[in-house]
Write a protein that binds this ligand. Structure first.
Ligand SMILES: [Zn+2]
Length: 167
């Protein structure tokens, strides 16, 4: 599963070559990606972000309008992760709510979508480069990496674990 998500994140990130080698993406950049994959983003007064599909294969990501730029980026990519990884269970625009699934499966879906966000925002080759540049005498400066990618340190540590760089 992990390798599969890495591949999806890598190839989708590479879909816009002008952004591929950038360590940080703005919300506008992320919108470009979503557009590229035939989706659109709508900000609204909603508690939870969610994705819905249209019959023609396009999709809409609804985001809470009060989210910060960083949270918008993460939430939009999380929903894009669901599009790539679990399209069959993305509800239609006119459906009531999420189909009731087995709780474990929902959890696995959430974990995979969150993994996708890290892999997309911190592509392996850029991440390894940043770790290399931020490590002195075997001590890795997570804070510097988190500044490089504009994500919090928790996500940096998780990404290092994803890539088996540390425990
Ligand atoms: Zn989710």
């Amino acid at each position: 599963m992990q390798e599969y998500i890495e591949e999806i994140a890598k190839s989708s990130r590479a879909a816009l070559p002008e952004f591929e080698k950038r360590k940080t993406l703005s919300f506008e950049d992320v919108k470009e990606y979503i557009k590229h994959f035939a989706g659109e983003i709508k900000l609204k007064n909603t508690e939870h972000s969610e994705v819905r599909k249209n019959k023609d294969g396009t999709f809409i990501i609804f985001l809470n309008e009060n989210l910060s730029e960083e949270e918008r980026i993460k939430s939009a990519l999380h929903e894009l992760g669901h599009v790539f990884l679990h399209w069959e269970s993305v509800p239609g625009v006119d459906e009531e709510g999420l189909a009731l699934n087995d709780a474990d499966i929902i959890d696995l879906k959430e974990v995979s979508a969150t993994y996708f966000v890290r892999a997309f925002l911190m592509p392996k080759f850029l991440f390894l480069q940043s770790v290399f540049e931020s490590t002195y005498h075997n001590i890795c400066n997570y804070k510097k990496i988190s500044q490089d990618f504009k994500v919090d340190e928790y996500n940096v540590i998780s990404r290092g674990k994803d890539l088996n760089l540390w425990e």
